[in-house]
Structures are given as structure tokens and as C-alpha cells.
Write a protein that binds this ligand. Sequence first.
Ligand code: LLP
Length: 472
Amino acid sequence: MTHRDDAPGDDHDAVAGGHGDAPGDDHDDVHPGTHRGDVPPHNRAATDGGVGERRPPEGAAENPAVRRLADWDADRLRRLADDHGTPLYVIDLDRVRQNAARLEAAFPDADRRYAVKAHSGNAVLETIRETELDAECASAGEVKRALDAGFSGAEIQYTAVNPPSEDLDFVVDAWQEEPEITITAGAEDTVDRLRERGYDGRLCIRVNPGVGAGHHEKVRVGADAKFGVPYDRAEEIVADAADDFEVVGIHAHAGSGISGDDLQNHRELVRRMGDLARAVIADGTEIEFVDVGGGFGVPYREDEPPLDLDAVAAATREALGEVDAQLAVEPGRYLVADAGVLLTRINTVKNAPETTLVGVDAGMTTLLRPAMYDAYHALRSLAPDAPDRTVEPATVTGPICESSDVFCEDRPLPAPARDDLLAIGNAGAYGYEMASTYNTRPRPAEVALSGDDSRLARRRETLSDLTALEAR
Ligand code: LLP
């Protein structure tokens, strides 16, 4: 169903917590504009990456570095919740386009790939494809989604992490049809299994850079032996693989949600990858790209400044140094996080002695990040009269029988009442994607916005969907 909403208005009512969007710069020791001028053209969508000059993104004024929860149109969100019910994910494809435009402006001459795992919904993937980013896929399922959304093999990188046989079989089959697909292997064992399947196509070797970064211990993967071949053996493994495959690149990923001081670690990763690339090339393996992963952080707190992506890009190029190969980046969160909100309705208000407990219809099965990483997500009451209510601390919990099913504790919120609508910010990345059906709870619906249009992008799961797999 597609229908037209009323013209979006901009009301900033009822925001819980502060709101400031002055772009901050926590890494100003970098010089935007200094980057390599020797970048060979790559196989697709060469952008206009001028040397030493960066054109401002089109309509820079209308494309701020962050969209805050307060910037969403409350009337429109209320209408969507009325039309589609709650819990409801809303993804604004225009904001995805804006995020892609800023990424392009910061990294005009790099290979830009979208980490599909952040949000693999078809509406997002089709939008991403239109912005000419490639797709970085973590599983056969994500490769299938990318193909379904119209990405060609040349636009798909499959990053195999301890791949089940079914995944390798699927991707090798896809390669028969799409010979330009690239497979990234993070273990010699995986390389052997590709050989066994007769694969001799484009191969990238994932390296464990020995340095991690990210918003939480659980997402700092750069130094985790699970990911990538050991750094000090990488040169030899690349040379060995080059006998049987078309080795096209090397890859490393530090972790997810990188900002502030952590950027130093990312830079160190890039420096190490630059050294490795030079060694590999000196050994006679011509690679196309050096992929330094994703991980660009976005502000989750209302007063947190956004990354200065231009400065990050300049520092990245500087750390990489002169390399006869293309820089590649593969962010996920940066493209979709602030393009999404989760709408949820209050069903229970309980005044306990220590706090007000607010029960909502979304839970850790809908948005897992707070339970899994203690992640902070901004919260906004969309009750029309919220600005007139007194603000009081509230603990917001879901309907799941787990004490970790808590979105926030003692968060200042306009006095909550049953049936109030709440919006949860930055839900576009790793939101629906990590939803589960625990407690036999159906996953929510998702609505995609584009201009004034809205359409149901994924219908709400039903109880029959959930029981359909049972053998009886
Ligand atoms: N490339 C690789 C190989 C990755 O493993 C990841 C994320 C990315 C790129 C994209 O990272 P991003 O730009 O989105 O930070 N569920 C966690 C995040 C886990 C990310 C795993 N890998 C969260 O909700 O914070």
C-alpha cells in the first residue's frame, strides 16, 4: 500500500533530554583535502574525486551530519502508528540517500560498500543500490537479498565468517551466474573449501589487524582471532592464494560504532593495512583494493556530536599512505541508523517506590541493542500534550519475561500515560535486523518513507507465521 501523507511539518515537541546538533570535531588534527592523487580508476561508478579538493555534498545545507529524534515530524509518526499499529519500524529512504551522499562526499574516490547486516530490508537495499554503493554481505541470505535487490555480482562482496557449507555452496553457485562476485575469506580453511568447490574467481583475504575499536566490548572485533588470518602470516597467505584465485584485495574491520579517541585505533588499523598492501604488491600480487572495513559511529545521545566524516576520511587516506590500489570502506550503521525510528505504545504505567515503570509493546525482541550492549537510544513522547506535562524519571520496559528487557532506566520523560506513543531514535541500524521471535512474539511491521509517500515495506508477522514451521 502506498499513500501520500500530509506535508511534513517540523515540530520539536516533547523531547526527552537535550538536543544539540552543532557538528563537533573531536579529531581536528587532520587536514581535509590531503589525499592520494594516484588512485587508479576502479571497475564501476568512478566518482569525480578531485585531487585535493572535495566538493561539498549536493545541498549540504539540507543534509546535516545527523538527524536527531527531535527532528522527526510527530504528526506524521502519529499517523503512521494509527495506520499500521505498533510496534512499528519507520525507515526514511530520503535520509538513507542523504547519508550515502555525505559518505560519497567524504570518500569520493574510494570503493564504497554498504554493510547489509545493518539493515537488509529490500526497500533499503534498492535505495542503497541507486546511490551506487556496493553491497557487503555476511551470509548467503544477505547475498540473496542483494541479488534480489538488483545488485550485480560486480557489486557484491561476500565476507565469509566461519561459513556454513550451505553458504559457500550458495555463493559459489551464484558466482557461476555472476562471475564478478568477490568472496572474502578470513581463514586458510575457507580458502581450501573454496578451492574444493572449484571456485577460482575474485578473492579477498581478511586479515586480523590486531587492533580493535567500537562502542562496546562485544563489537570490537579487530583483535579477535575469530576474524581474519593472522596479520604476520597474511602476506604469505595472499601469495599462496594468488596461485589459484584472482586475488583482488585485502580486508580488515576494527569494530562497530567508532568515534572519539577510538578513531586512533581505526587509523592504526589503516596504517597496518597500508603496510601490508605495499608488501603484497611488492611480492607481485596486483590488488585492486584495500578494504578497511566499516564502523563509523553515529551519535546516539542527544548531545553527542556527529563524526566529522570528511576529517575521518582525510585521516584514513593519510594513514593508508601511497598504495597502488583503491581504498575501500564498508559502513553499515552510518547509512541507516538515523534514518530509522521505532514507534511503540505504552500499555502499562506502574508507580513503584523507586521509579515509574513504563511498559511498552516493543521489547528486547523488537530492538535488542539496549539489552545486549547497554546501548543508549533517545526516547521521545509523541503524546500531543506532552510539552505540557511534567517531566519525571521513567524506566521503560518491554513485554518479555527477562529482566534485561529494559530500554532505559530513570530517563526523564513527560509524565507517561497508557496509550501514549513513544519514538525510539536511531533504530535504523541493527534494529529490525536483530529482532527475534522469542516468547513467540511476532516481529513488527516496517514502513518506508520517501518524500511525502509512505508504504508498508514489511508486513507485521502473525502468530500463524510463527507456528507455520511446526511439524504436526
Ligand atoms: N564490515 C564488517 C566485516 C562487519 O563485520 C561490520 C559489522 C561492518 C562492516 C559494518 O559495521 P558498521 O559500519 O555498521 O559499524 N549489532 C551491533 C553491531 C555489530 C556489527 C558487526 N559487524 C550493534 O548493534 O551495535
